[in-house]
Design a protein. Structure first.
Length: 273
């Protein structure tokens, strides 16, 4: 499973082991993600967005790519954890041009309570909002997301599922210089709670176990769309990933009202205010 993020383990403090750099290479695709986000907004609103708010932003790689995408773009990054924010400042923000840096605004804050300027797009990526395990908690977050966007704003969240999410398994993906492991460690069908871990093994090094760990509830597309409607979103749209020749995801997401049964799938929900 790709594109997941974070509760950071306190292990693996070796300075030669850069967990955030490996995470970005294995899990994220911020350069293409921001193009997709802009496309969705254009698709639904027939105009260009300007301000993007990145909830659970971590190292805020998407915010940095957003301001690089157009000279009028601004980004608001929100996260409670100071460690990835500091990493992003040192490794991503510092690489931007001075004018671009001024258009990235970071907030060490709770996404449920952060009082920020309204955005054209608010995003919850890498399934981070799955930390909300009850309907009431998810409803509170979606209500906060609703308030965070302008009158013609769009809220976009990704999600994943499939039969593999219910079985203990470990999936290995080989990258240049390291191996990435997505570990499905457990699932409770009574609560729909699941545990996941990310491991890395750099070439010539030991395997670093549980570099990132997640304790989530697995939410379905209908559940989330219903809650979005309850908090005031007028319309919701599903963007479903296509399939490549080998049967895996091809990275192309198309708006649809009909998916397909897969062992593993990724989709987006876009909600219009």
């Amino acid at each position: 499973m790709s594109r997941v993020r974070k509760k950071v383990s306190k292990k693996n403090q070796d300075k030669s082991f850069d967990k955030y750099a490996l995470y970005r290479r294995a899990v994220q695709s911020p350069e293409t993600d921001v193009v997709f986000l802009r496309k969705v907004y254009r698709d639904l609103r027939k105009k260009d967005p300007r301000v993007m708010r990145e909830d659970f932003c971590g190292t805020f790689a998407l915010s940095c790519e957003w301001v690089k995408l157009a000279p009028h773009h601004e980004a608001l990054g929100v996260d409670l954890d100071p460690e990835p924010l500091e990493y992003g400042r040192a490794n991503y923000l510092s690489q931007l041009k001075e004018g671009q840096q001024k258009r990235v605004h970071l907030y060490e804050a709770n996404v449920l309570k952060a009082a920020l300027p309204p955005a054209d797009i608010t995003i919850a990526m890498n399934f981070s909002y799955f930390i909300f395990k009850t309907r009431a908690a998810m409803r509170a977050y979606f209500a906060a997301a609703y308030k965070s966007i302008k009158a013609d704003g769009v809220f976009i969240a990704d999600l994943f599922g499939g039969s593999l999410c219910y079985d203990e398994n470990e999936e290995k993906t080989q990258h240049s210089g390291f191996a990435y492991y997505w570990d499905q460690a457990g699932f409770d069908p009574v609560t729909n709670e699941a545990q996941f871990h990310i491991h890395f093994k750099p070439k010539g090094q030991k395997k670093h176990e549980r570099v990132f760990s997640y304790d989530w509830r697995m939410w379905s597309i209908p559940e989330l769309r219903e809650i979005m409607a309850e908090v005031g979103f007028k319309k919701t749209h599903v963007y479903w990933e296509g399939t490549n020749k080998s049967g895996g995801g091809n990275g192309v997401f198309t708006r649809t009202e009909k998916g397909e049964s897969c062992q593993s799938w990724i989709a987006y929900i876009a909600a219009e205010k």
